[in-house]
Design a protein around this ligand. Structure first.
Ligand SMILES: CC(C)=CCC/C(C)=C/CC/C(C)=C/COP(=O)(O)O
Length: 270
């Protein structure tokens, strides 16, 4: 059975055999008697060469064309690049979501990945930081811990704002069985775990005195938490990459906004 496109082409050629169907709408005006009349005879009449406002993107030009003939022939480079990136993103996300379900190819590692997920969750980090604040007996220690707490709350706020603006849904393969989420956490972009992991890791490397093996572990932890978001099917790859970059930017912001003991003297020992 001929496709609608082939049938349309055949009909078009039967009324005007000299015109190629694909370009008919660019070369002809449709008159009231529906007789196509060639209108572009000279090079200077072509949409490319004419200097008046009647070019292919002008409303006047597009009004003359039936809707099905209006095809965007020159998408911008940026548009093509973004669409290609999105296609690669979706393809990679699907390929890497190997623990998205119990029945997935690495489904048996899902419980372990969920433990990694909890290690980057906001509740243990905020709870643990408050506990350390009250246990700390030096003002210098309290200052660092207070700023970590500030960073963690700032992270929650900024991620919620971006998620609320972008509203990108989570990948199809995600099961919404996450521990303690906010309403914006139904959205995917950016990954809050990735922002937190990147920010906390940089914070610890800068402000805590750690042995080299522990420093390496901190970096590995941040990478594994971020990767686990895609492996669990929670996020697209671009959500995590952007989240990781955003976490580094948040760290820089916290360094600029650093809270000193003078800002909250009542929290420090005299
Ligand atoms: C004390 C307090 C307000 C704690 C709130 C902690 C909380 C519920 C954080 C949400 C963490 C979360 C589920 C983030 C989503 O991470 P994604 O990587 O899935 O974006």
């Amino acid at each position: 059975m001929p496709s609608p496109r082939v049938t349309r082409a055949a009909n078009a050629n039967s009324t005007n055999p000299n015109n190629r169907f694909e370009f008919m709408s660019l070369l002809t005006n449709r008159t009231s008697s529906s007789e196509p009349v060639p209108t572009r005879h000279r090079l200077s009449d072509s949409p490319v060469h004419r200097k008046d406002s009647f070019n292919s993107s002008s409303p006047a030009f597009q009004q003359q064309l039936p809707e099905e003939d209006c095809m965007k022939l020159n998408p911008s480079f940026l548009e093509i690049a973004l669409k290609s990136l999105l296609a690669i993103d979706l393809w990679l996300t699907k390929k890497l979501g190997v623990c998205a379900r119990e029945g997935s190819s690495w489904g048996s590692a899902r419980p372990l990945m969920k433990l990694v997920e909890i290690s980057g969750h906001g509740i243990p980090w905020i709870g643990g930081t408050i506990y350390c604040f009250y246990k700390s007996d030096s003002n210098a220690g309290r200052e660092v811990i207070l700023n970590l707490l500030f960073a963690l709350f700032l992270d929650l706020l900024l991620v919620a704002i971006v998620k609320g603006i972008v509203k990108r849904p989570r990948p199809m393969q995600n099961r919404m069985d996450m521990f303690a989420t906010f309403s914006v956490d139904k959205y995917s972009f950016p990954s809050g775990h990735a922002t937190r992991a990147a920010m906390v890791a940089r914070f610890m490397l800068k402000h805590l005195v750690l042995a080299v093996p522990v420093r390496i572990l901190v970096v590995l932890w941040a990478i594994v938490v971020s990767l686990s978001r895609v492996v669990l099917g929670r996020h697209n790859v671009t959500d995590v990459v952007f989240g990781f970059i955003m976490g580094h930017m948040q760290f820089t912001l916290v360094e600029h906004l650093w809270l000193s003991p003078n800002a909250l003297p009542s929290l420090f020992k005299v």
